[in-house]
Design a protein around this ligand. Structure first.
Ligand code: WQD
Length: 333
Protein backbone atom coordinates (compact mmCIF):
# COMPACT_ATOMS: atom_id res chain seq x y z
CA UNK A 1 0.00 0.00 0.00
CA UNK A 2 1.37 3.47 -0.89
CA UNK A 3 0.40 6.44 1.23
CA UNK A 4 -0.32 9.60 -0.76
CA UNK A 5 -0.82 13.16 0.50
CA UNK A 6 -2.74 15.34 -1.98
CA UNK A 7 -2.63 19.03 -1.12
CA UNK A 8 -5.49 21.03 -2.63
CA UNK A 9 -7.28 17.78 -3.38
CA UNK A 10 -10.81 19.27 -3.26
CA UNK A 11 -9.89 21.78 -5.97
CA UNK A 12 -10.66 21.55 -9.67
CA UNK A 13 -7.61 19.61 -10.86
CA UNK A 14 -6.87 17.97 -7.51
CA UNK A 15 -10.32 16.37 -7.22
CA UNK A 16 -10.20 14.95 -10.75
CA UNK A 17 -6.73 13.54 -10.00
CA UNK A 18 -7.90 11.92 -6.73
CA UNK A 19 -10.68 10.18 -8.70
CA UNK A 20 -8.04 8.71 -11.02
CA UNK A 21 -5.75 7.77 -8.10
CA UNK A 22 -8.56 5.89 -6.33
CA UNK A 23 -8.73 3.48 -9.28
CA UNK A 24 -5.48 1.99 -7.91
CA UNK A 25 -6.21 -0.26 -4.89
CA UNK A 26 -2.61 0.14 -3.73
CA UNK A 27 -3.07 3.85 -3.01
CA UNK A 28 -4.25 5.19 0.35
CA UNK A 29 -5.10 8.86 -0.04
CA UNK A 30 -5.15 11.80 2.38
CA UNK A 31 -6.42 15.14 1.09
CA UNK A 32 -5.41 18.32 2.91
CA UNK A 33 -7.17 21.49 1.83
CA UNK A 34 -8.00 24.82 3.50
CA UNK A 35 -11.18 25.13 1.35
CA UNK A 36 -10.23 28.69 0.33
CA UNK A 37 -11.31 27.95 -3.24
CA UNK A 38 -13.29 24.70 -2.93
CA UNK A 39 -15.93 22.94 -0.84
CA UNK A 40 -15.61 19.95 1.54
CA UNK A 41 -18.61 18.35 -0.19
CA UNK A 42 -16.27 17.55 -3.10
CA UNK A 43 -14.89 14.70 -0.94
CA UNK A 44 -18.32 13.03 -1.04
CA UNK A 45 -18.57 13.59 -4.80
CA UNK A 46 -15.16 11.98 -5.29
CA UNK A 47 -16.37 9.01 -3.21
CA UNK A 48 -19.57 8.76 -5.25
CA UNK A 49 -17.60 8.57 -8.49
CA UNK A 50 -14.74 6.38 -7.27
CA UNK A 51 -16.64 4.11 -4.88
CA UNK A 52 -13.98 4.82 -2.25
CA UNK A 53 -13.63 7.81 0.06
CA UNK A 54 -10.26 9.51 0.59
CA UNK A 55 -9.39 10.81 4.07
CA UNK A 56 -9.91 14.56 4.37
CA UNK A 57 -8.02 16.95 6.63
CA UNK A 58 -9.17 20.57 6.67
CA UNK A 59 -5.97 22.48 7.12
CA UNK A 60 -3.63 25.14 5.86
CA UNK A 61 -0.14 24.24 4.65
CA UNK A 62 1.11 27.45 6.31
CA UNK A 63 0.30 25.82 9.67
CA UNK A 64 3.64 24.03 10.05
CA UNK A 65 2.75 22.43 13.39
CA UNK A 66 -0.40 20.88 11.88
CA UNK A 67 1.60 19.64 8.92
CA UNK A 68 4.35 18.28 11.19
CA UNK A 69 1.85 16.28 13.25
CA UNK A 70 0.31 14.91 10.04
CA UNK A 71 3.72 13.70 8.83
CA UNK A 72 4.48 12.21 12.28
CA UNK A 73 1.31 10.11 12.06
CA UNK A 74 1.64 9.19 8.37
CA UNK A 75 4.61 7.87 6.43
CA UNK A 76 3.86 9.39 3.01
CA UNK A 77 5.40 7.74 -0.05
CA UNK A 78 3.98 10.29 -2.47
CA UNK A 79 3.07 13.98 -2.21
CA UNK A 80 1.03 15.63 -4.96
CA UNK A 81 1.08 19.36 -4.38
CA UNK A 82 -1.84 21.24 -5.99
CA UNK A 83 -2.61 23.72 -3.20
CA UNK A 84 -1.93 27.32 -4.13
CA UNK A 85 -3.48 30.65 -5.03
CA UNK A 86 -3.83 30.84 -8.81
CA UNK A 87 -5.64 33.96 -10.02
CA UNK A 88 -3.29 35.90 -12.26
CA UNK A 89 -5.06 39.25 -11.83
CA UNK A 90 -5.44 38.85 -8.06
CA UNK A 91 -1.73 38.08 -7.75
CA UNK A 92 -0.88 41.51 -9.16
CA UNK A 93 -3.01 43.16 -6.45
CA UNK A 94 -1.84 40.88 -3.58
CA UNK A 95 1.75 39.82 -4.36
CA UNK A 96 2.82 39.21 -0.73
CA UNK A 97 -0.18 36.92 -0.14
CA UNK A 98 0.76 34.93 -3.23
CA UNK A 99 4.46 34.68 -2.39
CA UNK A 100 3.82 33.70 1.23
CA UNK A 101 1.04 31.25 0.49
CA UNK A 102 2.44 29.48 -2.55
CA UNK A 103 6.13 29.45 -1.62
CA UNK A 104 6.05 29.04 2.17
CA UNK A 105 3.53 26.21 1.92
CA UNK A 106 5.88 24.36 -0.43
CA UNK A 107 8.88 24.93 1.86
CA UNK A 108 6.86 23.60 4.81
CA UNK A 109 6.17 20.41 2.87
CA UNK A 110 9.80 20.01 1.80
CA UNK A 111 10.96 20.41 5.40
CA UNK A 112 8.89 17.33 6.29
CA UNK A 113 9.77 15.06 3.38
CA UNK A 114 11.82 12.10 4.65
CA UNK A 115 15.39 11.97 3.36
CA UNK A 116 16.04 8.33 4.36
CA UNK A 117 13.67 6.76 1.82
CA UNK A 118 12.46 7.65 -1.68
CA UNK A 119 9.55 10.08 -1.77
CA UNK A 120 7.73 11.07 -4.96
CA UNK A 121 6.82 14.75 -5.13
CA UNK A 122 4.60 15.96 -7.97
CA UNK A 123 4.30 19.72 -8.34
CA UNK A 124 1.41 21.45 -10.09
CA UNK A 125 3.23 24.00 -12.20
CA UNK A 126 2.06 26.09 -15.12
CA UNK A 127 2.92 27.09 -18.66
CA UNK A 128 3.10 30.59 -17.25
CA UNK A 129 6.72 29.92 -16.25
CA UNK A 130 7.66 30.10 -19.94
CA UNK A 131 6.73 33.77 -20.12
CA UNK A 132 7.33 35.33 -23.54
CA UNK A 133 9.28 33.04 -25.89
CA UNK A 134 10.48 33.34 -29.49
CA UNK A 135 8.14 30.47 -30.36
CA UNK A 136 4.54 30.02 -29.10
CA UNK A 137 5.12 26.25 -28.92
CA UNK A 138 6.65 25.61 -25.49
CA UNK A 139 9.33 22.97 -24.94
CA UNK A 140 10.66 21.94 -21.52
CA UNK A 141 14.22 22.87 -22.47
CA UNK A 142 13.30 26.53 -22.99
CA UNK A 143 14.69 29.11 -20.56
CA UNK A 144 11.96 29.87 -18.00
CA UNK A 145 11.48 32.76 -15.62
CA UNK A 146 12.26 35.54 -18.04
CA UNK A 147 9.64 38.15 -18.96
CA UNK A 148 7.10 36.75 -16.49
CA UNK A 149 4.16 39.11 -16.28
CA UNK A 150 2.66 38.45 -12.85
CA UNK A 151 3.42 37.32 -9.28
CA UNK A 152 1.36 34.13 -9.73
CA UNK A 153 3.62 33.01 -12.57
CA UNK A 154 6.68 34.02 -10.58
CA UNK A 155 5.61 31.85 -7.63
CA UNK A 156 5.42 28.86 -9.96
CA UNK A 157 8.86 29.66 -11.38
CA UNK A 158 10.43 30.25 -7.95
CA UNK A 159 8.98 26.98 -6.61
CA UNK A 160 10.39 25.07 -9.59
CA UNK A 161 13.82 26.51 -8.75
CA UNK A 162 13.40 25.66 -5.05
CA UNK A 163 12.58 22.06 -5.98
CA UNK A 164 15.72 21.87 -8.13
CA UNK A 165 17.90 23.22 -5.30
CA UNK A 166 16.27 20.95 -2.71
CA UNK A 167 16.73 17.89 -4.93
CA UNK A 168 20.49 18.54 -4.78
CA UNK A 169 20.37 18.02 -1.00
CA UNK A 170 18.17 14.90 -0.95
CA UNK A 171 19.13 11.96 -3.23
CA UNK A 172 15.87 10.23 -2.28
CA UNK A 173 13.77 13.09 -3.63
CA UNK A 174 11.92 12.05 -6.81
CA UNK A 175 10.32 15.25 -8.08
CA UNK A 176 8.16 15.72 -11.14
CA UNK A 177 7.21 19.21 -12.29
CA UNK A 178 4.07 19.16 -14.44
CA UNK A 179 3.50 22.33 -16.46
CA UNK A 180 -0.23 22.62 -17.15
CA UNK A 181 -1.51 24.62 -20.07
CA UNK A 182 -5.19 25.61 -19.94
CA UNK A 183 -7.30 23.09 -18.03
CA UNK A 184 -10.97 22.92 -19.11
CA UNK A 185 -13.91 20.55 -18.90
CA UNK A 186 -15.49 18.49 -16.15
CA UNK A 187 -15.82 14.89 -15.04
CA UNK A 188 -18.17 12.97 -17.42
CA UNK A 189 -20.33 12.05 -14.40
CA UNK A 190 -21.28 15.72 -14.11
CA UNK A 191 -20.44 15.62 -10.40
CA UNK A 192 -17.09 17.45 -10.56
CA UNK A 193 -16.25 20.58 -12.52
CA UNK A 194 -14.68 24.01 -12.44
CA UNK A 195 -16.54 26.07 -9.85
CA UNK A 196 -14.25 28.90 -8.71
CA UNK A 197 -15.30 31.11 -5.82
CA UNK A 198 -15.96 34.71 -6.80
CA UNK A 199 -15.46 36.30 -10.21
CA UNK A 200 -13.59 33.95 -12.56
CA UNK A 201 -10.54 35.05 -14.52
CA UNK A 202 -10.21 32.10 -16.85
CA UNK A 203 -12.01 31.94 -20.18
CA UNK A 204 -14.05 28.77 -19.74
CA UNK A 205 -15.62 29.69 -16.36
CA UNK A 206 -16.50 33.09 -17.87
CA UNK A 207 -18.07 31.32 -20.88
CA UNK A 208 -20.00 29.11 -18.43
CA UNK A 209 -21.34 32.10 -16.49
CA UNK A 210 -22.19 33.98 -19.67
CA UNK A 211 -24.14 30.90 -20.79
CA UNK A 212 -26.05 30.75 -17.48
CA UNK A 213 -26.65 34.50 -17.56
CA UNK A 214 -24.67 35.25 -14.38
CA UNK A 215 -22.39 37.38 -16.57
CA UNK A 216 -24.30 39.61 -19.05
CA UNK A 217 -21.66 39.44 -21.77
CA UNK A 218 -18.24 37.90 -22.30
CA UNK A 219 -15.46 40.36 -23.05
CA UNK A 220 -13.11 39.10 -25.74
CA UNK A 221 -9.77 40.59 -24.70
CA UNK A 222 -8.49 41.72 -28.07
CA UNK A 223 -9.30 40.68 -31.62
CA UNK A 224 -6.30 42.32 -33.26
CA UNK A 225 -3.66 39.70 -32.54
CA UNK A 226 -1.59 38.25 -35.37
CA UNK A 227 -3.60 35.00 -35.38
CA UNK A 228 -5.98 33.51 -37.96
CA UNK A 229 -9.11 35.08 -36.42
CA UNK A 230 -7.37 37.88 -34.48
CA UNK A 231 -8.04 36.41 -31.03
CA UNK A 232 -5.43 34.86 -28.76
CA UNK A 233 -4.69 31.15 -28.93
CA UNK A 234 -4.08 28.71 -26.06
CA UNK A 235 -3.73 24.96 -25.46
CA UNK A 236 -6.95 23.85 -23.75
CA UNK A 237 -6.54 20.44 -22.12
CA UNK A 238 -9.41 18.37 -20.71
CA UNK A 239 -9.04 18.12 -16.94
CA UNK A 240 -9.45 14.32 -17.05
CA UNK A 241 -6.51 14.03 -19.48
CA UNK A 242 -4.59 16.33 -17.16
CA UNK A 243 -5.42 14.14 -14.14
CA UNK A 244 -4.28 11.04 -16.02
CA UNK A 245 -0.98 12.78 -16.72
CA UNK A 246 -0.35 12.74 -12.96
CA UNK A 247 -0.92 8.99 -12.79
CA UNK A 248 1.45 8.44 -15.70
CA UNK A 249 4.14 10.58 -14.07
CA UNK A 250 3.84 8.57 -10.82
CA UNK A 251 4.51 5.38 -12.74
CA UNK A 252 7.73 6.84 -14.14
CA UNK A 253 9.12 8.73 -11.15
CA UNK A 254 12.87 8.76 -10.56
CA UNK A 255 15.35 10.58 -8.32
CA UNK A 256 16.05 14.20 -9.19
CA UNK A 257 13.88 16.57 -11.16
CA UNK A 258 11.73 15.57 -14.17
CA UNK A 259 9.80 18.24 -16.06
CA UNK A 260 6.87 17.67 -18.44
CA UNK A 261 4.39 19.78 -20.41
CA UNK A 262 0.85 18.53 -20.04
CA UNK A 263 -1.02 19.91 -23.04
CA UNK A 264 -2.67 18.78 -26.26
CA UNK A 265 -0.14 20.44 -28.55
CA UNK A 266 -3.03 22.14 -30.39
CA UNK A 267 -3.76 25.90 -30.28
CA UNK A 268 -7.38 27.08 -30.09
CA UNK A 269 -8.52 30.70 -30.23
CA UNK A 270 -10.99 32.51 -28.01
CA UNK A 271 -13.43 32.82 -30.89
CA UNK A 272 -13.11 29.09 -31.65
CA UNK A 273 -13.90 28.24 -28.02
CA UNK A 274 -16.96 30.52 -28.11
CA UNK A 275 -18.15 29.05 -31.43
CA UNK A 276 -17.71 25.49 -30.14
CA UNK A 277 -19.66 26.31 -26.98
CA UNK A 278 -22.49 27.93 -29.00
CA UNK A 279 -22.58 24.90 -31.30
CA UNK A 280 -22.77 22.45 -28.41
CA UNK A 281 -25.23 24.45 -26.31
CA UNK A 282 -27.40 25.71 -29.15
CA UNK A 283 -27.26 29.13 -27.49
CA UNK A 284 -25.59 32.26 -28.82
CA UNK A 285 -23.37 33.90 -26.23
CA UNK A 286 -23.38 37.67 -25.72
CA UNK A 287 -19.87 38.95 -26.40
CA UNK A 288 -18.06 42.28 -26.61
CA UNK A 289 -14.71 43.04 -28.16
CA UNK A 290 -12.69 44.57 -25.34
CA UNK A 291 -9.10 45.86 -25.16
CA UNK A 292 -6.29 43.36 -24.77
CA UNK A 293 -5.72 42.19 -21.14
CA UNK A 294 -2.31 43.28 -19.86
CA UNK A 295 0.11 40.39 -19.49
CA UNK A 296 -1.67 38.21 -22.06
CA UNK A 297 0.42 36.46 -24.68
CA UNK A 298 -0.90 36.27 -28.26
CA UNK A 299 -0.25 32.55 -28.47
CA UNK A 300 0.96 29.75 -26.17
CA UNK A 301 0.66 26.03 -26.55
CA UNK A 302 2.52 22.86 -25.55
CA UNK A 303 4.95 20.62 -27.29
CA UNK A 304 3.83 17.49 -25.39
CA UNK A 305 6.23 15.12 -27.12
CA UNK A 306 8.43 14.57 -24.03
CA UNK A 307 5.48 13.41 -21.90
CA UNK A 308 4.18 11.38 -24.84
CA UNK A 309 7.52 9.58 -25.26
CA UNK A 310 8.71 9.24 -21.64
CA UNK A 311 5.42 8.82 -19.79
CA UNK A 312 3.48 7.06 -22.52
CA UNK A 313 0.82 9.71 -21.89
CA UNK A 314 -1.28 11.32 -24.66
CA UNK A 315 -4.37 13.47 -24.47
CA UNK A 316 -7.41 11.55 -25.66
CA UNK A 317 -10.20 14.10 -25.13
CA UNK A 318 -11.05 17.07 -27.32
CA UNK A 319 -12.36 20.60 -26.85
CA UNK A 320 -15.79 19.28 -27.89
CA UNK A 321 -15.55 16.61 -25.15
CA UNK A 322 -14.60 19.31 -22.63
CA UNK A 323 -17.53 21.51 -23.62
CA UNK A 324 -19.94 18.55 -23.60
CA UNK A 325 -18.78 17.59 -20.11
CA UNK A 326 -18.93 21.22 -18.95
CA UNK A 327 -22.54 21.57 -20.13
CA UNK A 328 -23.41 18.26 -18.47
CA UNK A 329 -21.86 19.53 -15.22
CA UNK A 330 -23.70 22.84 -15.44
CA UNK A 331 -27.01 21.10 -16.08
CA UNK A 332 -26.53 19.01 -12.92
CA UNK A 333 -25.80 21.95 -10.61
C1 WQD B 1 -7.26 32.42 -21.98
C2 WQD B 1 -7.53 33.35 -23.14
C3 WQD B 1 -7.56 35.66 -22.53
C4 WQD B 1 -11.17 35.59 -20.12
C5 WQD B 1 -3.97 31.54 -17.03
C6 WQD B 1 -2.73 31.27 -16.22
C7 WQD B 1 -2.37 29.81 -16.31
C8 WQD B 1 -3.53 28.99 -15.86
C9 WQD B 1 -4.72 29.28 -16.77
C10 WQD B 1 -4.08 28.35 -13.61
C11 WQD B 1 -6.66 34.59 -23.11
C12 WQD B 1 -8.92 35.21 -23.06
C13 WQD B 1 -10.11 35.19 -20.92
C14 WQD B 1 -12.15 36.46 -20.64
C15 WQD B 1 -10.99 36.49 -22.74
N1 WQD B 1 -3.83 29.29 -14.50
N2 WQD B 1 -10.03 35.64 -22.20
N3 WQD B 1 -12.02 36.88 -21.94
O1 WQD B 1 -4.35 33.64 -19.23
O2 WQD B 1 -4.01 31.67 -20.83
O3 WQD B 1 -3.67 31.32 -18.39
O4 WQD B 1 -5.00 30.68 -16.62
O5 WQD B 1 -4.15 27.17 -13.71
O6 WQD B 1 -1.28 29.55 -15.49
O7 WQD B 1 -1.68 32.03 -16.75
O8 WQD B 1 -5.95 31.66 -19.27
O9 WQD B 1 -8.38 31.45 -19.37
O10 WQD B 1 -7.38 33.55 -18.33
O11 WQD B 1 -7.27 33.20 -20.80
O12 WQD B 1 -10.90 36.89 -23.90
O13 WQD B 1 -13.13 36.87 -19.96
O14 WQD B 1 -8.88 33.81 -23.05
O15 WQD B 1 -7.25 36.96 -23.01
O16 WQD B 1 -6.31 34.94 -24.43
P1 WQD B 1 -4.45 32.18 -19.51
P2 WQD B 1 -7.30 32.48 -19.37
Amino acid sequence: MKKILVTGGTGYIGSHTVVELLKNPDYSIDIIDNLSNSKEHVVDLIAEIAGKKPNFIKGDLLDFELLKSLFEKNDYDIIIHFAGLKAVGESVEKPLEYYENNIQSTINLLRLVRTDKPTDFIFSSSATVYGEQDSPKCVETMQTGTKLTNPYGRTKYFIEEILKDYANTNPNFCATILRYFNPVGAHPSGLLGEDPNGIPNNLMPVVMRTYTGEIPALNIFGDDYDTPDGTARRDYIHVVDLARGHIASLEHSKPGISIYNLGTGLPTSVKEIIAAFEEASGKKLNTNIAPRRSGDLPECWADPSKANAELGWHTELTIADAIRDTLNYLNKQ
